[in-house]
Design a protein around this ligand. Structure first.
Ligand code: NCD
Ligand code: ZN
Length: 351
């Protein structure tokens, strides 16, 4: 008999895009229904590069939440070639800034101001290692001759491994890992490295991009990989190894920006994120390990207390809507018009 309901310590999302303005108002409540806290990505346009900007953005997020919400946004700064050691020192002191995000320039959405050469960011990175401010990495190289599907593995060899050798005290989260190479690297590393894993990389392989035709709503970065890699990610997430924890990378874009001749990368999953992870763990016969992955290991890695409350999920199949309104635009959510196996109780949700 499959479990009909599970109760977990309230989970956290260690990698989330909330955007700003009308999009923020649409998406933030979905995350706040499910998660106690989330690490908020700083890739706004323009990016959040200074502590003052992160504080102001945090204020806008709190404004966008329902009145009764106690959801806590954990802010990050966007690393550039010019981020100073002084700004890092301010960030390490700031109560609401928890990490700094490295986007290789050109790797993904709003990464144009990212780091062009890791050597240029070294003063900031050295200061982060000294003050124990975690570095979050989008782990892909961007050189045109490197195949799209190999960019994570090459990043490990060319950037991440040398960085950890040079700064052994630096605490690193390898974000949204997608390959067996990343799993092996994180497992074997003697450094302070953890990794987040998204629902889409656990549930889908790259065939999902081409199933019956081109599927722009399944396009995210790093791009979905082949089945062997998906299986390695499921094994890592459900293994109980505390280095692997939940980070949705929920990344809303308006429908017209996805269904375009140059469609944006990003999958929106916040409306059913913990529900989808429950599917993964159930399929793997490891539902009893969901709580560690979703609610314990990330907080432990960041040195934050685990949440006090709980959430309950029921085994009750439901269909997310085909679209959600997002300001003047619409948003196509993951699993639109398809079935999600687990559900939050009615009193806890809007959908
Ligand atoms: C993210 C976005 O849209 O901001 N897109 C994505 O495909 N994951 C950026 C990112 O995390 O790479
Ligand atoms: Zn992201």
């Amino acid at each position: 008999m499959p479990a009909m309901q599970i109760t977990l310590t309230r989970p956290d999302d260690w990698h989330l895009h909330l955007r700003d303005g009308a999009a923020l108002a649409t998406v933030a409540p979905f995350t706040a229904e499910r998660f106690g806290r989330a690490i908020i990505m700083p890739n706004l346009n323009p990016p959040v590069t200074a502590v003052d900007e992160a504080e102001a953005y945090r204020g806008r997020i709190l404004q966008a939440l329902p009145d009764n919400s106690d959801f806590e946004p954990l802010m990050t700064l966007y690393l550039t070639d010019r981020t100073s050691a002084d700004e890092i020192a301010r960030a390490a002191e700031a109560p609401h800034v928890h990490a700094v995000k490295l986007y290789p320039a050109g790797a993904t959405t709003n990464s144009e101001s990212g780091v062009t050469d890791i050597a240029r960011a070294m003063p900031a990175l050295e200061k982060m290692a000294e003050l124990d401010l975690p570095l979050l990495v989008h782990g892909e190289v961007t050189r045109a001759e490197i195949d799209m599907f190999d960019r994570e593995q090459v990043f490990i060899e060319e950037v991440l491994a040398p960085l950890l050798e040079r700064l052994p005290a630096l605490r690193v989260v390898f974000e949204h890992i997608t390959t067996a190479a990343a799993v092996d690297f994180v497992r074997a590393s003697s450094h302070r490295i953890g990794a987040t894993i998204t629902p889409q990389h656990l549930l889908y392989n790259r065939n999902a991009l081409f199933s019956g035709g081109l599927r722009p709503h399944m396009f995210c970065l790093p791009v979905l990989k082949r089945e062997r890699h998906r299986a390695a990610l499921v094994e890592a997430a459900t293994s109980g190894n505390p280095r692997f924890f939940l980070g949705t990378d929920s990344a809303p874009h308006p429908r017209h920006a996805k269904e375009s001749d140059c469609g944006c990368a990003g999958i929106f999953s916040a409306h059913c994120a913990i529900e989808l992870y429950a599917e993964v763990f159930e399929q793997a016969g490891a539902l009893e390990r969901l709580e560690g992955f979703a609610s314990h290991f990330g907080a432990d890695f960041y040195g934050l207390p685990r949440n006090q409350g709980t959430i309950t999920l029921r085994r009750e199949p439901w269909q997310p809507p085909a679209t959600l309104p997002m300001g003047e635009d619409t948003l196509v959510p993951l699993r639109a018009g398809e079935t999600v196996a687990w559900r939050l109780p009615r009193e806890a949700r809007a959908l």
